[in-house]
Design a protein around this ligand. Structure first.
Ligand code: TPP
Ligand code: MG
Length: 336
């Protein structure tokens, strides 16, 4: 089976490029705002920011089609925004308010959207991987041509349940893309300290699952690799692995003192590999947008984010009776 490195860059229109710029900027500014609200005590509990990794989810969403599914870990705000969930509902959930996606009872790691085929938001490392294969199994069973994007980290990639899932997904040719977001750290542990064979895209070889390594700081490279993986899955050839090399700028969660890496390491990444700056430069150098155009986009995004924060602050906390709702399903769920 093929295990090739980095995809070729496709031709792209100015409008598309601007759309990716916008989508990545929305995630960046939203996460910065979430960090601020956390500092002010308006967000409690766990909160894992996605800053630095924006090109991964924006590139893959560009390769997805209506009806495709996604499931991810606790580092999930970017995934929700990229698949079109409302920033107001996400921010209201982060702040534990009634208008949040889980009515204020789920918080950062537990949001879902049936409408956008977003299946969470999971706090247990690795646990969403078999669930993702299960979603793909349902689609195979129903004989539609949907694909499931199952995201997990480099740390999760060392878990046993991942390989049990690979086996079944390959055995049954499930239409699932295993997206390993390799941000090079699992909490405070660098990948080289925890992983015997660092090329995670090769981890499917024993099961006959093809894999590819992708530059996760380049949204176009991610999109191209995503399109290839989607075509593979949709044509009935079974699962595909994308190891997407990326980097998180912030700590593992809001309570991370970040003593396991130097400031210089983070600074170097920000200065030399930032995925948003990369697209910004392409837009300006290619004369696809002026400084003024980009300023207007920045303003628009800032307004969306500020509105989401205001909305969240004004939304009430859930009523006490809500403690007793959403515990058991009232009816047997039917086809999604
Ligand atoms: C089963 C389990 N073990 C341990 C933890 C604690 N934990 C939370 S995140 C994490 C690191 C996971 O790292 P990685 O898979 O690389 O994802 P990243 O946080 O980098 O996105 C650990 C060990 C957990 N939530 N679940
Ligand atoms: Mg990681």
């Amino acid at each position: 089976m093929a295990a090739k490195k980095t995809a070729k860059k496709p031709n792209i229109s100015a409008d598309e490029l601007k759309a990716y710029y916008k989508d990545m900027l929305l995630i960046r500014r939203f996460e910065e705002k979430a960090g601020q609200l956390y500092g002010m005590g308006l967000i409690g509990g766990f909160c894992h920011l996605y800053i630095g990794q924006e090109a991964v989810v924006v590139g893959l969403e560009a390769a997805a089609e209506e009806g495709d599914k996604r499931i991810t870990t606790y580092r999930d705000h970017g995934h929700m925004l990229a698949c079109g969930m409302d920033p107001k509902g996400v921010m209201a959930e982060l702040t534990g308010r009634e208008d949040g996606y889980s009515r204020g009872k789920g918080g950062s790691m537990h949001m879902f959207s049936k409408e956008k085929h977003f299946y969470g938001g999971h706090g247990i490392v690795g646990a969403n991987v078999p669930l993702g294969a299960g979603l793909a199994f349902a689609d195979k069973y129903r004989e539609n041509d949907r694909v499931t994007f199952t995201y997990f980290g480099d740390g999760a990639a060392n878990q046993g349940q991942v390989y049990e899932t690979f086996n079944m997904a390959a055995l049954w040719d499930l239409p699932v893309i295993f997206v390993i977001e390799n941000n090079q750290y699992a909490m405070g542990t660098a990948q080289k300290r925890s992983t015997s064979t660092p090329d995670l895209y090769k981890r499917g070889e024993a099961f006959g699952i093809p894999g590819e390594m992708v530059d996760g700081m380049d949204v176009l490279a991610v999109k191209a690799a995503g399109e290839k993986a989607v075509a593979h899955c949709r044509s009935g050839k079974g699962p595909y692995i994308l190891e997407i090399k990326t980097y998180r700028y912030r700590g593992h969660s809001m309570s991370d003192p970040a003593k396991y890496r130097t400031r210089e390491e983070v600074q170097k990444m920000r200065e030399e590999r930032d995925p948003i700056e990369h697209v910004r430069t392409m837009l300006l150098d290619g004369n696809h947008a002026s400084e003024e155009d980009l300023k207007a986009i920045d303003k628009e995004i800032k307004e969306i984010v500020n509105e989401s924060a205001e909305f969240a602050k004004e939304s009430p906390e859930p009523a006490l009776e809500e403690l007793w709702t959403d515990i058991y399903a009232d009816e047997i769920p039917q086809e999604a």
